[in-house]
Write a protein that binds this ligand. Structure first.
Ligand SMILES: Nc1ncnc2c1ncn2[C@@H]1O[C@H](COP(=O)(O)OP(=O)(O)OP(=O)(O)O)[C@@H](O)[C@H]1O
Length: 309
């Protein structure tokens, strides 16, 4: 891939196309090696959850993909274009096509929400009419479920959930095809977190986004992720649907998904499914097991019964 001219490569066609390809990634800080031989593909249109223990390098992986961290070795392509060692103008053309919500929102505290959302517009389209930029910002603010009144407010006047939405509005400022979210629901109460998950899912569907989502939140993984990549031992050790991961025999994956929090997340998801599609879920349960229709046990045999230790 590295030797192939960009114009000769397949571009942006087909739903299974990899929007992001990471090959043989190595990152290190001094003697401390964070990634070694890491490979990953993110497919067009999917929400890929990225999980792993604290310090396994999820944020460093994201920073490597978006060009904020220069790896020791490896290749990364986004939209078929290499992102490492690009000329500034080439890098800018690629960067315009993604949006990033950093951990904690990373809003500028001295700027209003509207001004924060306009930062990428000023950076990439500095010549735009200020009134148009303000209008675009107002639209993005409302798109993320904030009231139009939030635009003139400063970050210190917002709740945690509102700050995340404002950060998301900024990430969407340039109408990206690809969205990076670093622990978007961290610090939110369960209701706020579930609402943010649904917002992410609905934006992904309506805007046709591909989403790279770092999270520790099992509810998020169950509720909205199409596939999950697991970081451990300096690599992505597995990637697949949660059911595919559960079928693997790996101690960390077992403990993560089948521990008490994993079971609680399954229970939450099943309750939501049942309330949203009562007839459908009941039919599936009956089809899977006549007994399942009369008990609270999940129909999926790969999942453990809820509420038992
Ligand atoms: N700029 C840096 N300089 C030195 N070490 C760093 C730097 N950035 C990250 N690290 C180290 O790299 C490792 C991975 O960090 P990273 O933030 O990617 O972990 P993470 O998986 O996202 O963790 P968490 O889930 O706790 O957010 C950590 O040990 C961290 O201390």
């Amino acid at each position: 891939m590295a030797n192939t001219p960009a114009s000769a490569r397949p571009r942006d066609s087909g739903r299974d196309e990899s929007i992001i390809q990471v090959r043989g990634l190595k990152n290190a800080f001094g003697e401390s090696v964070i990634h070694d031989g890491l490979d990953l593909d993110v497919r067009r249109g999917e929400i890929l959850g990225v999980v792993g223990g604290s310090g396994t390098g999820k944020s460093v992986l994201m920073r490597s993909i978006i060009g904020l961290q220069t790896p020791v070795a490896g290749e990364i392509t986004v939209f078929g274009e290499p992102t490492i060692g690009r000329e500034e103008t080439e890098a800018t053309a690629i960067r315009k096509r993604w949006g990033v919500l950093f951990q904690g929102g990373a809003l500028f505290s001295t700027l209003t929400v509207s001004e924060n959302v306009q930062v990428p517009l000023r950076e990439f389209y500095g010549g735009l009419d200020p009134a148009l930029m303000a209008e675009i910002a107002a639209y993005k603010v409302v798109m993320t479920g904030l009231s139009p009144d939030a635009g003139p407010k400063y970050p210190s006047e917002l709740s945690g959930g509102m700050k995340k939405r404002a950060g998301l509005a900024r990430a969407l400022a340039l109408d990206p095809e690809l969205l990076f979210l670093d622990e978007p629901t961290a610090g939110l109460d369960p209701i706020g977190a579930a609402a943010f998950d649904q917002l992410t899912k609905s934006l992904q569907k309506t805007l046709g986004l591909t989403v790279f989502l770092i999270t520790h939140d099992l509810d998020t993984l169950y509720a909205i992720c199409d596939r999950v990549a697991v970081l451990a031992d300096k690599k992505v050790i597995a990637v697949g649907t949660i059911d595919e991961l559960l079928a693997l025999d790996h101690p960390w994956i077992e403990e993560y998904f089948k521990g008490p929090r994993g079971r609680a997340a399954i229970a939450t998801q099943e309750a939501q499914d049942a309330s949203q599609h009562p007839t459908e879920v009941k039919t599936q349960q009956i089809a899977a097991s006549p007994a399942a229709a009369t008990t609270t046990e999940p129909a999926d045999p790969a999942r453990p019964p809820v509420g038992t230790d």
